[in-house]
Design a protein around this ligand. Structure first.
Ligand SMILES: C[S@@+](CC[C@H](N)C(=O)[O-])C[C@H]1O[C@@H](n2cnc3c(N)ncnc32)[C@H](O)[C@@H]1O
Length: 257
């Protein structure tokens, strides 16, 4: 499974910013939204000095935004190409971050230290399809959370999506009509998993170039993830929906006491 996910993100690393209307702007607003949410939930007065591990940082969307706000950020990801790009982007934007390649199923042996906040944002956990992998990831997240620390994980609202077996995302026309971005989802019969086909189409003057990237996801329900986190040792597990958090996906928080 990881090979499929790894090649999906390695291939996508150079184009990942094209999934956003304006990636630099996304860095800013995600940093602001998550900073407000984390400090509000954890009761930190100031971001300065808070150690944070973003263990699925991709090209750095949240890691860079939070580092710019004063968090001491360590950022890891399964995809070496994404980490290489994140490193360059952080340098060009002036964010100080410690980077590394790590699989969040094996964080206990691949990342040193424990953190006030462990973050995994934008639907990374549902790349794990099997119960054993999900249990290993929950244990990895727990191992890296300091005593009294907070886990923050954001995932798609699968509780709602499985009911309608949504067939993908609506196309977004960007860059004055020269870039078209959408996903087509192919569901398994039991609606427990689906394949995402990520399409990026670009007008090059003479026609349209199409790129398509494909990877599987598990439609992970809130009660399932809650149970994996509880089994790993987390307590105070709480779900925060977008209307309350101001973030665009449901967020689950949990504490290591
Ligand atoms: C949808 S992307 C989000 C990236 C980043 N958080 C953002 O919002 O730009 C999901 C990320 O999870 C990472 N990922 C998937 N499985 C992983 C695993 N087992 N361990 C660590 N990272 C993983 C992928 O490589 C990818 O960068």
């Amino acid at each position: 499974m990881s090979d499929e996910v790894l090649s999906f993100y390695d291939q996508l690393a150079d184009s990942y910013h094209n999934l956003f209307t304006d990636w630099r702007h996304a860095i800013e607003w995600q940093g602001e939204a998550l900073d407000t949410f984390i400090r509000g939930t954890a009761g930190f007065a100031d971001a300065k000095g808070i150690s944070l591990l973003d263990c699925s940082c991709g090209i750095g969307t949240q890691a860079i935004g939070l580092a710019l706000r004063g968090y001491e950020v360590t950022a890891t990801d399964l995809s070496p190409q994404s980490i290489e790009r994140a490193r360059k982007e952080a340098e060009s934007i002036g964010a100080t971050i410690r980077f590394g390649v790590a699989d969040f199923r094996y964080l206990d042996r691949q990342v040193e230290g424990r953190f006030d906040v462990v973050l995994t944002a934008d639907n990374a956990i549902p790349h794990l399809l099997g119960d054993e992998d999900l249990a290993a990831a929950a244990r990895g997240l727990y191992a890296k959370t300091a005593d009294g620390g907070l886990l923050v994980a954001t995932i798609r609202d699968y509780d709602a999506l499985v009911l309608e077996a949504q067939s993908g995302t609506l196309p977004r026309m960007l860059d004055n009509g020269t870039r078209l971005v959408f996903q087509v989802w192919e569901w398994s019969e039991d609606r427990k998993t689906y394949y995402t086909n990520q399409f990026i189409l670009r007008a090059d003057g003479s026609g349209w170039q199409t790129r398509n990237y494909r990877t599987p996801y598990r439609a992970l329900l809130r009660k399932e993830l809650t149970e994996f986190l509880r089994e790993a040792g987390f307590s105070d597990i709480a779900w925060h929906m977008p209307e309350a958090s101001g973030y665009y996906q449901p967020i689950v928080t949990a504490r290591r006491v």
